[in-house]
Design a protein. Structure first.
Length: 237
């Protein structure tokens, strides 16, 4: 990594929600390497993140958050106080059996996926967006599977629905903030070899998160709401 990349984020602070492993951990690594101060949340202790903390020192702060627990979100907001965030990125989410149709999914499974992939991430955005002044960035981890226009093959029905709903709600928040100079992003990281993406995916974590980090930098200061890939290509909603 060039010296300019190492210093590009100096003085900036990012909060990544869901950073214990996979894409979240990769995004933390990418931003630390570029000179950012990072606040990273986990539901339970992460050996990988704590090892990174030992190297990063004061540049990395680890917080505990189960975003499905409103009391924990309120506690995190209290701890953050008036912290200024240049980037708020909600990465946390869950996968779903791709073969299970909407007619076969149980109520419990459906509500859990919609809560974890849609409701809770947007509650984080609503609760913490005040810490992101213009021209900061607010991003959620979406998927190309959340594109209604691109759904021509079916499959992943509940997961698709959860991400499509996430994207719609992000657009609603952005619409309510139409006079804001913030950048709102629904991010497709690509198909990545993580616990969620599986071993057959065509991207490794470093390629995806390096791309996402570059895209975030390229979009910084561009007001509006966008559905974009890790390669900074816009997707149809």
């Amino acid at each position: 990594m060039s010296d300019s990349n190492r210093t590009i984020g100096v003085g900036r602070t990012a909060l990544f929600v869901g950073a214990s492993r996979g894409l979240g951990l990769g995004l933390v690594q990418q931003h630390l390497a570029r000179g950012w101060k990072v606040i990273a949340t986990v539901r339970k202790p992460s050996d990988a993140l704590h090892a990174l903390s030992a190297e990063a020192g004061d540049s990395l702060v680890i917080e505990t958050l189960d975003m499905n627990e409103p009391a924990q979100l309120e506690a995190l907001a209290d701890r953050l106080g008036s912290t200024r965030l240049d980037l708020l990125f909600v990465n946390a989410g869950v996968a779903h059996d791709p073969s299970q149709t909407i007619g076969s999914v149980s109520d419990e499974q459906f509500f859990h996926i919609l809560r974890t992939n849609t409701l809770s991430p947007m509650r984080v955005v609503e609760r913490l967006e005040g810490l992101v002044p213009s021209p900061g960035t607010i991003a959620v981890m979406s998927s190309s599977l959340g594109s209604v226009a691109m759904n021509e093959t079916g499959g992943y029905e509940t997961y698709r629905a959860s991400k499509a709903a996430l994207d719609t709600l992000l657009r609603s928040v952005a619409a309510r903030r139409k006079d804001s100079r913030r950048t709102f992003l629904a991010v497709d990281p690509g198909w990545v070899r993580t616990d969620m993406g599986g071993p057959g995916a065509n991207l490794d974590v470093e390629t995806s998160t390096s791309g996402v980090t570059g895209m975030l930098e390229a979009r910084r200061g561009t007001p509006g709401v966008f559905f974009v890939t890790y390669a900074n290509k816009e997707l149809p909603w």
